[in-house]
Design a binder for this molecule. Structure first.
Ligand SMILES: [Zn+2]
Length: 397
């Protein structure tokens, strides 16, 4: 890439991340001569990617106008296949959601039925977009399982059995007519947690995703860590109770099998059958109810304490190996709130260097349901606008 293009690339990357910036800010950021930066900005404007209000009053001391991404230079579809259903969004180039749909999960007994669910979401978005569909330039997909990111290939989603060994990127491209890319949902969510904390993000962040299964993601200095074959951060398959409940991966006692939302519910059903007094905890409880009952019923508290110990056992591996500045708890367990964060801190103190835990921030995610689909669309938007430079595809900034 020529130096001129490298500069354009860096300026655009900054604008995609932060949304807006003035010319003087970009000069200060790059440390390049103002004339060279202005030339690169004008190049981005000529491409129609960046827009700028008229530069009036340049010498009157008023603040310089802010550059931003031209919202309609491209629209992008994002799809999130989750256990409860399929969420789809269309975003503009500024990352704003224009359309959002959610279809509940069907039977999912066969691959065909899962594909049909995705196609219906795509068709719904297409109908909503109507005469602006021609602006849509790509599709980003948040995959519920293991992914070979380089090959756009879904390896296996343990909670959606037909979803395995699939050329997902090609299938989505054929279905939508759009260039399509596939990322693991935990990676997409981790990136969104990072973006959520701008302009002052943590230096490093570990995200514990407790949705349908248990996943993880790690971002350091804005860069997602993916491992050599995209199978890193599989915290859900660390064995925390040897000989415990059988996991869908084939092992026994994995964190996902014993301390995911589904594992917790299975454990509670067992306790109920065994006659443990659970103080009237409803059979279908929310996590907020679970933490309320844990505060006043001994039987539920014992189960909750075991849950926190199991989560801390796995998280202590992340703390000791990665020394993150922040851990974020996202997914269903986020509703356990303060009960979970304080218990985790206590348990981690028993298992890690005290200094690592003392300085560790433990936060609860504040992302919305549609933010995963939006995140996948934003990752695709960045690829489209920055060009497929390969090395930049997993960067947050
Ligand atoms: Zn497992």
């Amino acid at each position: 890439m020529s130096r001129r293009n490298e500069l354009k690339h860096a300026l655009l990357q900054h604008l995609l991340l932060h949304g807006r910036a003035t010319r003087p800010e970009l000069v200060a950021l790059t440390g390049v001569r103002a004339a060279t930066v202005f030339e690169a900005v004008d190049g981005l404007k000529a491409l129609g990617i960046v827009e700028e209000p008229e530069r009036r009053g340049r010498k009157t001391g008023r603040r310089a106008p802010e550059l931003s991404c031209a919202p309609d230079c491209c629209h992008v579809v994002g799809v999130d296949l989750r256990l409860s259903g399929c969420v789809g969004v269309i975003i503009n180039a500024a990352g704003e959601v224009i359309h959002e749909v959610e279809h509940p999960a069907g039977s999912r007994q066969t691959l065909l039925s899962v594909k049909r669910e995705i196609l219906e979401v795509l068709q719904h978005l297409r109908d909503l977009s109507a005469d602006r569909w021609h602006l849509v330039k790509g599709l980003g997909f948040a995959d519920p399982g293991l992914v070979d990111v380089e090959r756009n290939y879904s390896i296996r989603a343990v909670n959606i059995p037909p979803w395995q060994e699939l050329e997902t990127g090609r299938m989505l491209k054929n279905a939508s007519g759009l260039p399509s890319r596939v990322w693991p949902e935990a990676m997409v969510k981790t990136r969104m947690e990072y973006l959520q904390r701008l302009p002052e993000p943590p230096e490093s962040l570990f995200n514990l995703v407790t949705d349908d299964g248990i996943g993880g993601g790690f971002v350091k200095n804005g860069e997602l860590f993916t491992g050599s074959s995209g199978r890193s951060m599989e915290i859900g398959h660390i064995v925390v109770r040897p000989g415990g409940a059988r996991c869908q991966c084939g092992n026994s006692g994995c964190l996902e099998a014993v301390a995911s939302p589904a594992g917790l519910r299975a454990g509670i059903t067992e306790s109920r059958i065994a006659g443990v007094d659970l103080g009237g905890l409803p059979e279908k409880f929310t996590m907020a109810e679970f933490s309320e009952f844990a505060a006043r019923n001994r039987g539920v508290r014992i189960i909750a304490d075991q849950l926190c110990r199991d989560l801390a056992k796995a998280l202590s591996v992340a703390v000791m190996l990665l020394n993150p500045e922040m851990i974020v708890i996202s997914g269903e367990f986020a509703d356990l709130g303060e009960y979970l964060t304080s218990s985790l801190r206590r348990e981690l103190e028993l298992r890690c260097f005290p200094e690592s835990v003392r300085e560790l921030k433990i936060e609860i995610s504040t992302l919305k349901t549609s933010d995963t689909a939006r995140g996948a669309a934003m990752m695709m938007r960045d690829l489209i606008l920055l060009g497929e430079t390969g090395k930049n595809e997993n960067r947050c900034r």
